[in-house]
Design a binder for this molecule. Structure first.
Ligand SMILES: *[C@@H]1O[C@H](CO)[C@@H](O)[C@H](O)[C@H]1NC(C)=O
Length: 306
């Protein structure tokens, strides 16, 4: 019934491993993170098109400041006023996939601040939580879990995932996703490059643009999962590799944030002088975000904003 496309935290480390395995004499620039050209095949299934509603369920404790970072990311996807490079220019690459430009609308927000299903969730429970946001419409229901919630797979094989299920026995399919706050459970896996990685080459961590390693890490994972959910909602859209462990629009570009990225190094990004924070995308309300590269079907390469 449900299908899962995890954001493979392993990908970064596989690349790192590939780097470590190449001989020490190999110049670093030879171990490029992506083969060129990179091809994500289209598997002839439906994508999410047009106006896509994103609904949010906040599970556990999130401060208003944390919620506003994440809401502002979603609101920035379609905002034309922030200066370039902007979140909306990052999202515009999605328009090069079949189906053309997509607009994201922030829809319902629900709260379970009392941990109604406990602090250790199975994937079935995550699906139950996602259903609370409704199962109709052209939507992605995001379940966002607080730092003290553990989830099957979280930190073990993924930092977030998107899946689909049926609304009822014969109901229509609906798409949902989860991303957890990794700050205390696995910042080296799911909040890199704001925390030093657990394996591989150790560059200095970057300063998080909104001053919150966990939430700024969540934005990276939310961006990854959203792009995957839109371009591969039912495991029959764009991906490379097997349907069970696909590399999708952004997960195919894992670890790349700016030009010149190589394993352990996110690439050249912008620096905010006063705070030392790293970012590559402007958003609404003067916000800044660090967003991962996205595969561009027109150039067959991972596209960076800066
Ligand atoms: C979304 O809806 C608005 C308002 O109806 C419309 O102007 C816009 O073109 C739609 N966007 C897409 C991508 O279909």
């Amino acid at each position: 019934m449900a299908s899962s496309s995890s954001l493979p935290l392993a990908a970064v480390f596989l690349f790192c491993y590939a780097f470590a395995a190449s001989s020490a004499a190999t110049p670093r620039f030879l171990s490029l993170v992506q083969p060129t050209p990179l091809v994500l095949n289209y598997h002839k299934g439906p994508l999410l098109n047009g106006n896509i509603t994103v609904n949010l369920l906040w599970y556990g404790t999130f401060s208003p400041a944390q919620r506003s970072v994440i809401s502002d990311f979603f609101l920035s996807l379609g905002a034309s006023s922030p200066p370039s490079p902007s979140v909306s220019s990052w999202w515009r690459t999605i328009g090069s996939y079949r189906g053309g430009p997509r607009d994201v609308v922030l829809g319902r927000q629900a709260f379970d601040s009392k941990y109604g299903l406990g602090k250790s969730l199975t994937s079935t429970q995550v699906r139950r939580l996602a259903r609370r946001l409704g199962t109709g419409g052209n939507a992605v229901n995001f379940v966002l879990t607080a730092a003290d919630v553990s989830i099957e797979e979280f930190c073990m094989s993924s930092c977030g995932s998107h899946e689909y299920a049926r609304a009822g026995r014969r109901g229509a399919r609906f798409v949902y996703a989860w991303v957890g706050n990794p700050v205390s459970q696995c910042p080296g896996q799911c909040a890199w490059p704001f925390h030093k990685p657990i394996y591989g080459p150790q560059g200095p961590p970057l300063v998080a643009p909104n001053g919150d390693i966990g939430v700024d890490g969540m934005v990276i994972n939310i961006a990854t999962v959203l792009a995957g959910a839109v371009t591969n909602p039912f495991d029959s859209g764009y991906y490379q590799g097997s349907a069970e462990a696909p590399l999708e629009a952004v997960s195919a570009c894992t670890g790349i944030f700016g030009k010149g990225a190589f394993p352990g190094n996110p690439g050249a990004v912008l620096l905010e002088k006063t705070t030392g924070a790293s970012y590559n995308a402007n958003g609404v309300s003067g916000r800044r975000f660090l967003l991962p590269a996205m595969w561009d079907p027109t150039t067959l390469a991972c596209k960076t904003l800066v």
